[in-house]
Design a protein around this ligand. Structure first.
Ligand code: TTP
Ligand code: MG
Ligand code: MG
Length: 383
């Protein structure tokens, strides 16, 4: 069996710190706002219930802007700019102090919301993640829309998503239609969509390399694709030149590295029409077995074994029940999971019709670890 073609998303929150601030100061929506003040720039609540905000023009100090709303960016203000310099461009813009605790809170919320839909996540910092969508059976556009909706429901915030065959292109794409954008590209779109972009859009071509490329007359990614390999090698050395030659063609094989260990992996399905355990027995059984098989495949692909198998049922009246069963030894085997889930099913009422059925594997350990533990156990057995 061939693995499915890679489908990688990059998701980046829009004007992240500023957007979190607007959640608590919604009266600032639509205005130029920059984040980067000190505590004494905290808004003041007035007796009449309105708030008084600090303005850039009143700022004195050496502070730097972390980010700005898109309205402020339209005035030329942005990340990493000195606050006093920004004050010259946008004197009336509102200045707010940073609140990292709040940003970390919303960072956790949006990542958890995405993980509910697509658990193979590589954390790339406070406001961005890569997501491996290769094993999700849904077209890219509705999937991206569903992820954006989940993020918005969990946080009230918008984000932008790029979906392509690899991390390199997805990182570029999540930025192309910001804010609130979705950009989906295949390798065949690289000449049309990627080549016109400046070389610095490639993650890994920094200011220094950009400057050297400019001197060589290479401004766009397309210029880079046309460039003479020997010349590049002469100026950048072999390995960086080889890398430049690949990235300008949209080639990038880096895997999505999921660092955080999942607590559980589950598969569930909502039926097109409610099903009854007795009358629709054959159909239900088929769906149930398929879920167990897919769960086993999820475990195997991610190299986990599970000790606790559980089920979730949602009845036609939206009431849900769960049951689980702990096994004598961890497994990633479809038939074992199916048997355990079947045991759980015997312990719930099947009188009412069902809307949804799900299977969950928890108490996970890395398969290699479990095998090693098993071996050392056997080693200790008296023969
Ligand atoms: P970014 O994702 O680069 O920017 P952003 O989310 O503010 O805006 P965009 O819509 O273009 O993605 O960075 C995420 C957060 O990291 C940003 O809200 C503030 C912080 N940050 C800094 O503190 N300093 C910086 O120089 C940058 C670039 C970001
Ligand atoms: Mg962002
Ligand atoms: Mg970011």
């Amino acid at each position: 069996m061939n693995p499915p073609p890679r489908r990688i998303a990059h998701l980046d929150m829009d004007a992240f710190y500023a957007s979190v601030e607007l959640l608590r100061y919604p009266d600032l929506r639509g205005q130029p706002v920059v984040i980067g003040g000190r505590r004494d720039q905290q808004p003041v609540q007035l007796a009449d219930g309105t708030r008084q905000y600090s303005r850039l023009r009143d700022y004195v100090g050496r502070g730097v802007i972390t980010t700005a709303t898109y309205e402020a960016r339209a005035l030329g203000v942005g990340s990493a700019m000195g606050v006093m310099k920004a004050a010259q461009l946008a004197p009336d813009a509102v200045l707010l102090p940073v609140d990292f605790d709040a940003y970390r809170h919303y960072s956790r919320l949006f990542k958890a919301a995405v993980a509910e839909i697509a658990p193979e996540i590589e954390d790339r910092g406070i406001d961005e993640i890569y997501i491996d969508l290769s094993h999700i059976d849904e077209a890219s556009l509705p999937l991206a829309q569903r992820i954006k909706r989940a993020v918005h429901e969990a946080t009230g915030l918008s984000c932008s998503i790029g979906i392509t065959p690899n991390k390199l292109l997805s990182k570029i794409c999540s930025d192309l239609e910001k804010p609130d954008g979705i950009t989906i590209l295949g390798l065949e779109d690289v000449p049309l969509r990627i080549w016109p972009l400046p070389v610095r859009k490639i993650n890994g071509i920094g200011p220094k390399a950009t400057e050297k490329l400019t001197v060589l007359g290479i401004h766009t990614i397309g210029d880079l694709a046309q460039a003479d390999a020997a010349t590049l090698q002469e100026h950048f050395g072999r390995s960086y030149a080889t890398w430049l030659g690949e990235v300008c063609r949209g080639i990038d094989e880096r895997p999505v590295v999921t660092s955080s260990e999942p607590k559980s992996i589950s598969r569930e399905t909502t039926f097109e029409r409610d099903l009854h355990a007795r009358h629709d027995r054959a159909k239900l059984s088929e769906i149930f077995t398929a879920l167990c098989t897919r769960l086993a495949e999820d475990l195997q692909r991610r190299a986990y074994v599970s000790r606790t198998i559980g089920i979730k049922l949602r009845y036609e009246d939206f009431r849900s029940v769960t049951r689980d069963l702990t096994l004598p030894s961890p497994t990633a085997d479809a038939a074992t999971i199916r048997r355990a889930a079947g045991e759980c099913l015997r312990r719930v009422s099947l009188e009412k019709k069902l809307r949804l059925i799900g299977v969950r594997a928890s108490a996970l350990t890395a398969a290699a670890e479990a095998a090693a533990a098993n071996e050392s156990l056997q080693g200790e057995l008296p023969l």
